[in-house]
Design a protein around this ligand. Structure first.
Ligand SMILES: Cc1cc2nc3c(=O)[nH]c(=O)nc-3n(C[C@H](O)[C@H](O)[C@H](O)COP(=O)(O)OP(=O)(O)OC[C@H]3O[C@@H](n4cnc5c(N)ncnc54)[C@H](O)[C@@H]3O)c2cc1C
Length: 405
């Protein structure tokens, strides 16, 4: 018998699972296809920061989407708990974006102005004021930008909760179902070929993280993407020594439940190799001790890595792929897939059911993420005009972060 579904989603990371959840909420017959186990790639490696402000150097589209998405977490957390019993570990203790040099201080003070003007909370603190707010912070800082709204979640639990909630609402979830190719019928998408045989659908969403580009190339769509490996480690402390996330270029320390501290993350572009290197860990350890000297006494727990899905211009691809009727992309979320997961799931679900309204508040920036590279696309226009701050700012941020490693 021909196996059909209203919507097929390729990739069971936080993005594919969020889309499955929001589509299932809209009553769509959804099948989520994952080639291995759900949520075991980038989504399992993530630190879980909801860094709508700490990750953004400007107030362009990525910032706008991230802050709307971050605001969805309190309600989402309740919904997912009700449906699945999983607590995604939402913590709203804020983040200190720490400066160690004049240049970093200048950059963070400029950000404070930009973000206050955009209606967000941000406050530059002297070194003494920052240490008073978070006593675990080292003394040798220039000060810190305090971002009280940048919270965090447990990323692996978030990925699991989305998928389980989607299932509870009627979605089919198939693990160990590798999508080998996208199937088309003229200019319409017609389904996917999996390791288990063909599955048919008039709507297919590619949310396969850093592997999305390869699948799309098979039907002639070029969405430039590459992996950026990130290595992390965690340590255990006998009591809660840190409350706020500490963040500086090249290193962050995220306090998790039970005195666990998560330290990340290196940036190794173009690497599909997930080995954790001594050099990467040594660099992280040095920076972590600079941020929080007492971390040196903590007990080692474990190390891991993941592949961030990055795009050529630093912005994700979210929306309809214009070359094929019924084809959508939701990939390339790079360092921000956790914070952007609710808004991505909601927008794609709204697009699929044809009801993208104005309620979300993020529509004005949707074009910036459109996987449309035709001559009329705003994305192409933005790429070509370097004075437009959004794309340009993200690209500059990427270059500076990558240059630091
Ligand atoms: C070290 C690290 C720290 C991070 N920290 C943060 C953070 O603090 N905050 C934040 O917002 N973001 C963070 N990120 C980024 C975030 O993890 C990613 O942006 C996000 O997980 C991407 O989700 P995804 O679902 O697109 O990709 P993935 O999680 O990689 O999922 C893609 C899935 O698709 C599956 N797949 C691939 N090909 C196929 C196929 N052909 N058929 C079927 N399935 C397929 C894969 O097996 C995988 O499960 C971090 C990333 C890393 C690596």
């Amino acid at each position: 018998m021909k196996q059909t579904s209203d919507v097929l989603i390729v990739g069971g990371g936080v993005i594919g699972s969020s889309i499955a959840y929001y589509l299932a909420k809209r009553g769509q017959a959804v099948t989520l296809l994952e080639r291995s186990r759900l949520g075991t790639e980038a989504s399992a490696a993530a630190a879980g920061m909801l860094g709508a402000q700490s990750e953004m150097a400007d107030t362009g589209p990525l910032f706008q989407w991230a802050r709307h998405s971050r605001a969805m977490f309190p309600q989402l957390s309740e919904e997912l708990k009700d449906l699945t019993g999983i607590d995604i570990g939402l913590v709203r203790e804020g983040l200190l974006n720490v400066a160690f040099s004049d240049e970093q201080e200048r950059e963070l003070r400029a950000r404070e102005k930009l973000q206050l003007a955009a209606g967000e909370q941000a406050q530059w603190l002297s070194a003494a004021a920052a240490a008073k707010l978070e006593p675990a912070l080292g003394e040798a800082t220039r000060g810190a930008l305090y971002l009280p709204e940048d919270g965090q979640v447990e990323a692996p639990r978030l990925a699991a909760a989305y998928a389980q909630a989607a299932r509870a609402l009627g979605a089919k979830v198939q693990e160990f179902a590798q999508v080998q190719a996208l199937l088309k019928d003229g200019s319409r998408i017609s389904g996917v070929m999996t390791s288990e045989g063909p599955l048919w659908s008039e709507q297919v969403i590619v949310a396969a993280g850093t592997w999305s580009g390869q699948l799309l190339t098979g039907i002639g769509i070029e969405l430039p993407m590459y992996p950026v490996k990130g290595e992390c480690f965690s340590v255990l402390t006998p009591k809660q020594e840190l409350r706020k996330t500490l963040f500086t270029p090249g290193c962050y320390i995220v306090p998790k439940a039970g005195g666990r501290l998560l330290v990340g993350a290196t940036m190794v572009p173009h690497s599909y190799d997930r080995k954790v290197s001594m050099a990467g860990l040594a660099e992280l350890m040095d920076r972590a001790r600079q941020l929080m000297p007492a971390i040196g006494a903590a007990e080692w727990e474990k190390a891991w890595s993941g592949l961030r899905p990055q795009t050529a211009d630093g912005l994700p691809y979210i929306g309809k792929v214009p070359e094929y009727e019924g084809l959508y992309a939701a990939c390339g979320h790079y360092r921000n897939g956790i914070v952007l997961s609710p808004i991505t799931g909601k927008v794609i679900a709204d697009q699929v059911v044809g009801e993208l309204g104005t309620a979300l508040g993020v529509e004005p920036w949707l074009d910036a993420f459109s996987p449309d590279f035709s001559a009329v696309s705003k994305r192409v226009v933005q790429q070509d005009q370097s004075h437009l701050s959004a794309t340009n700012g993200s690209r500059k941020e990427l270059q500076s972060i990558e240059a630091a490693h």
